[in-house]
Structure formats: C-alpha cells, structure tokens
Design a protein around this ligand. Structure first.
Ligand code: GTP
Length: 243
C-alpha cells in the first residue's frame, strides 16, 4: 500500500541558524558537509509545500561583540558581523540551488552587486513562489543580534512557526554540558524564559516574540529529519516557547 505523504502542520516558517552551526567540526568558516545536510533537510520540507525563510548568524566568521571585547569599536564590529552573515547567506543559497531548489538572498544592508535588498513584499512573493529565502545582514543595525533579526523577520512575514536550530535538543533548566541534573523543558512561556534568564535568545528577541505571539521551537539541528518531523506535527522534539 502506498503511504500518503505527510501533511505539513505549518504553511510558512522562519528558521534561525547560528553561524557556529555552519562550521561543523572545522572550528571556523563553512563546512561543505553541514551545508549539504542543511540543504537536504530543507528540501524535505520545501517538497511538502512549506514556505521557508532563514535568518543566519555569523559566529563562524565574526562576532561584533567579541571584536568589541578585543578593543574594536562596537559599531564597526557589528557591521563586520553583518557582512559576515551575507557570506553565510550566499553559501546557503548556493547549497540550496545545487540540489535543485530555488533560493534568494535579501540583505538588510544594501549590497546590490551580490544580493537583493530586503523588501518585505518581495520577500513574501518569493516565499509564495516556493523559493527558500535567506535573510542576511541581521536587522541592518548595530547592537541587535541575529536572534532579534529572526524574531523581526518572523513577525514581518507572518511565519506560523519560528525555529531556532541549536546544538542542544531544546531548552534546559541549566547548561546540560555543565550540570548533569539539568532537565529539558517540553514547553515554556516567554515570560518564564525572560524571568529565568535561560539564555534561549537575548531579551530583545524574546520580548519581540512575546509581544507578537510568535511560536518558537528550539531544536537540535544535527538530528537527521528533525525539521521534517517538527513540520509534520511531531511535538516531541525540542522545546516550544509560547506566550
Ligand atoms: P520574480 O520577479 O518573482 O520572477 O522574482 P525573481 O527573483 O526571479 O526576479 P528578479 O528579476 O527580481 O530577479 C532575477 C534574479 O536577479 C534573481 O536571482 C534575483 O535574486 C536577482 N536579483 C534581483 N534583484 C537583485 C539585486 O538587487 N542585486 C542582485 N545582486 N541580484 C538581484
């Protein structure tokens, strides 16, 4: 008997991927293996008809805050970080197109020779046409994290679900690498995440999500098929953060 293809539980999602996630075991830069893995994970959900937007970080190349700690002007450091997200976005676009999907990059800072500008209405058009959309350059402003950019874009495109891909399978009561008694939350409210300072995302991003009633799932990106499972309604993976 032929199995019916799984039905997606969400129409449009926004996935936040950290820069660190792209470097795999390399310690710096972009791992070709991670890119291929990510592209294939995305293809599985695009093939279900899900509209997919991504926001990518830059910790694999530069982190504005870290540069500032080393003495660099914070705004300059953040601008370098934003440019680094464009590098990551182009790599993701390339990996996605190599497996036969369409992709577009939109940047929050103008860099027209390499990609489009962020234009909300055009972004939504790309999504409706089934193109994977990669939002680059954060919010375009210093002092904002790419988590805040992800929250902002999720709200702007009216995503049904925001996903944060991490190296851990959800949010824990404490850092599970340091505290063996730490336990994972299945569900959490934004107020609880804010009060307990759980470090899921920075406070700006959490407040934005809370005030605009974004549903967020934090999950382990390395787990094969996790994205497909979540999108088809499996609620056992990671932690759901809600209002
Ligand atoms: P539709 O209008 O829906 O057909 O979308 P489209 O993206 O295919 O059409 P468009 O003519 O806008 O873009 C064609 C190609 O040029 C796509 O690969 C875009 O990503 C790219 N493109 C569009 N605007 C810019 C830009 O400002 N800078 C750069 N570098 N590329 C752009």
């Amino acid at each position: 008997m032929n199995q019916q293809p799984a039905k997606p539980a969400y129409k449009r999602i926004l996935l936040k991927i950290s820069g660190e996630a792209l470097m795999g075991d390399l310690g710096f830069g972009i791992s070709p293996d991670v890119m291929t893995f990510l592209a294939n994970e995305l293809k599985e959900i695009v093939d279900l008809g899900v509209q997919v937007a991504l926001v990518v970080g830059a910790g694999n190349i530069f982190r504005g805050e870290g540069l500032a700690r080393g003495g660099m002007d914070r705004v300059t450091g953040d601008q370098m970080g934003m440019l680094a997200t464009v590098i990551n976005a182009l790599a993701i676009q390339d990996a996605i197109e190599r497996i036969g999907l369409e992709a577009r990059v939109q940047s929050a800072i103008r860099i027209n020779e390499v990609c489009e500008d962020f234009i909300r209405r055009k972004a939504i058009r790309h999504l409706e046409k089934g193109r994977v959309l990669v939002f680059a350059a954060g919010t375009g402003n210093p002092f904002f994290t790419t988590d805040s950019a992800a929250a902002l874009r999720a709200i702007e495109i009216s995503a049904d679900l925001m996903l944060k891909a991490t190296k851990v399978d959800g949010i824990y009561t404490a850092d599970p690498k340091k505290d063996p008694t730490a336990t994972r939350y299945d569900e959490l409210t934004y107020d609880e995440a804010l009060d307990r300072r759980l470090g899921v995302m920075d406070q700006t991003a959490l407040v934005l999500c809370r005030d605009h009633k974004v549903r967020l799932r934090v999950y382990d990106m390395d787990r094969p098929k996790a994205l497909h499972r979540i999108i088809t309604g499996d609620t056992s993976l990671g932690t759901l953060v809600r209002v």
